[in-house]
Design a protein around this ligand. Structure first.
Ligand code: ZN
Length: 495
């Protein structure tokens, strides 16, 4: 990484990118414009981006309900409880996606049932339940909202009330039925610009929901085609939603969560062979989704809530009852991630499903806190982020290897994105007010971290006050004014 040598302090980027000091007046007008935009969205975070950073526009999380990696990862062989070897799916397109992505080999789900799995995925906490998902500040969706994201979901299962409450718009199957689904659209937290976007997405979901029953009615009950159509509907709706967002709101960040339900149903009702056939049934649609993610600069995340086990190849499957839940086939879920800055290849070593939520934040360069998480981010990228919260206005300096890589006045908080991991960094904070003392701190950042600098006179700084939009706007205004002033001074000096 060369950011330090390049003199980061000359490349401080506010919420826009100001790599040169030319055209100061033009920049000032841009800053004023940005300020008004920021007031309207109330979600600003100061960001200092180092070179080479490509933050995705958002993330698409495809959860295949009941999909165990044992049946699709080339390295694994699935076994029945009686010890016999089971059939594996070899989904051609999905295997191709594996080759172009970061694939984590060994992920264990701590709770092998739907609500547990989804709760762990959302919160990064291994013992999470729907209630924890519902409480504030616990999920990737909360952190995303704090950073100006919208959240959408298409869920055929895993639609606990907690999960639903964290989505701006969700369409979910209240019946969990492949034969007669009852698709319900729910909206939450509608405000500002997000409101009209969310209502458009709700309309799109409504239109697609009306078509679903007709699509299913073409096929006999219990047929493979009907199972496949149910899953493909969810993925196709997701692609339509992404197309709409790309066309109408290309700047809007969002997380889209999809949970397809038929693979799990097939495991329960259609034996090993039907389970495998239903995995193959989403092969082409998954590739379409993946390609849309790449085209639209969205991170693609592919995983499962829990796996599936069979007593014999000819018996129905299960995952929650004791005899099933102890099986590797019930516990191992896939994790495949594709995004510009995410490395391609296979990651070995043992990880838990609780590591997925922190990893998603890492992929999105969102250095936020998951309130209850016991998981840690899997190293899928070559850089990490650091968010520093300061007790009040002051000069903040970041030093790497004796080099000052950042120096500026900060009022409230700043995120550094694109730092080299496993390095010692020195933070220096010199407050404007005499009442507070200088702080120096050396930190080693293994994965993205939040540091709260607290002085003796200011022990009560809480996360809550930081999230108050007025603080964010105030901080943003001060930084904008400082930036504009610097730019003007620089221009005057040049002339
Ligand atoms: Zn499930």
């Amino acid at each position: 990484m060369t950011a330090g040598k390049n003199g980061m302090k000359h490349k401080y980027l506010g919420n826009g990118r100001y790599n040169t000091y030319k055209h100061a007046v033009f920049q000032l007008s841009i800053l004023c414009f940005l300020f008004f935009v920021l007031i309207s969205v109330c979600s600003a975070n100061e960001v200092a981006e180092f070179d080479q950073v490509n933050t995705p526009q958002g993330a698409v999380i495809l959860i295949v309900d009941g999909l165990s990696s044992c049946y699709i990862y080339p390295e694994y062989t699935p076994y029945a409880i009686d010890g016999s070897v089971l059939d594996k799916a070899e989904p051609e397109q999905i295997l191709q996606i594996f080759d172009q992505s970061c694939r984590v080999l060994d992920i264990t789900a701590p709770q092998t049932f739907t609500e547990g799995g989804h709760s762990v995925l959302a919160t990064g906490y291994s013992k999470a339940d729907g209630e924890l998902v519902a409480s504030s500040g616990t999920t990737v969706y909360d952190v995303a909202h704090d950073n100006g994201y919208l959240t959408f979901a298409i869920m055929e299962k895993g639609d606990s009330s907690g999960m639903r409450s964290k989505q701006n718009v969700i369409v979910h199957d209240a019946e969990n039925s492949i034969t007669e689904p009852e698709m319900i659209i729910e909206t939450n937290m509608l405000s500002g610009d997000g409101k009209s976007i969310s209502l458009e997405i709700a309309d799109l979901m409504q239109e697609n929901s009306i078509e679903l029953q007709d699509q299913l009615d073409q096929y006999p009950d219990g047929s493979q085609e009907k199972y496949d159509a149910y899953d493909i509907w969810a993925i196709d709706t997701a692609i339509e939603l992404m197309d709409h967002m790309e066309r109408e709101y290309p700047e809007q960040h969002y997380i889209l969560t999809i949970n397809v339900g038929a693979v799990d149903c097939a495991g329960h009702y259609k034996k090993n062979s039907g389970y495998i056939a239903t995995i193959k049934g989403i092969d082409n649609a998954t590739m379409d989704l993946y390609e849309t993610c790449i085209e639209n600069d969205m991170a693609f995340i592919f995983t499962g809530d829990h796996g599936m086990s069979f007593a014999t190849a000819d018996s129905r499957g299960g995952h929650q009852a004791d005899k099933y839940s102890i099986m590797t086939e019930s516990q191992k879920v896939p994790l495949v991630i594709a995004a510009k800055d995410v490395n391609t290849g296979t990651i070995e070593g043992q990880f838990g499903q609780e590591d997925i939520a922190p990893t998603i934040l890492e992929v999105l360069n969102l250095p936020g806190k998951l309130r209850a998480a016991d998981g840690t981010a899997i190293p899928v990228k070559d850089y990490v982020s650091l968010k520093v919260q300061v007790p009040g206005e002051g000069q903040l300096t970041l030093i790497q290897n004796e080099d000052i890589i950042f120096e500026s006045k900060i009022n409230d908080a700043i995120s550094f994105v694109g730092l080299e991991p496993d390095m010692d960094y020195k933070l220096k904070y010199n407050p404007i007010s005499d009442a507070e003392k200088d702080i120096e701190k050396v930190i080693n950042i293994g994965s993205s971290t939040i540091i709260e600098l607290v002085t003796s006179s200011n022990q009560s700084t809480s996360d809550k006050s930081y999230h108050n939009p007025r603080y964010i706007i105030g901080g943003t205004l001060i930084v904008c004014v400082n930036l504009a002033g610097l730019a003007l001074i620089r221009k005057v000096l040049k002339e």
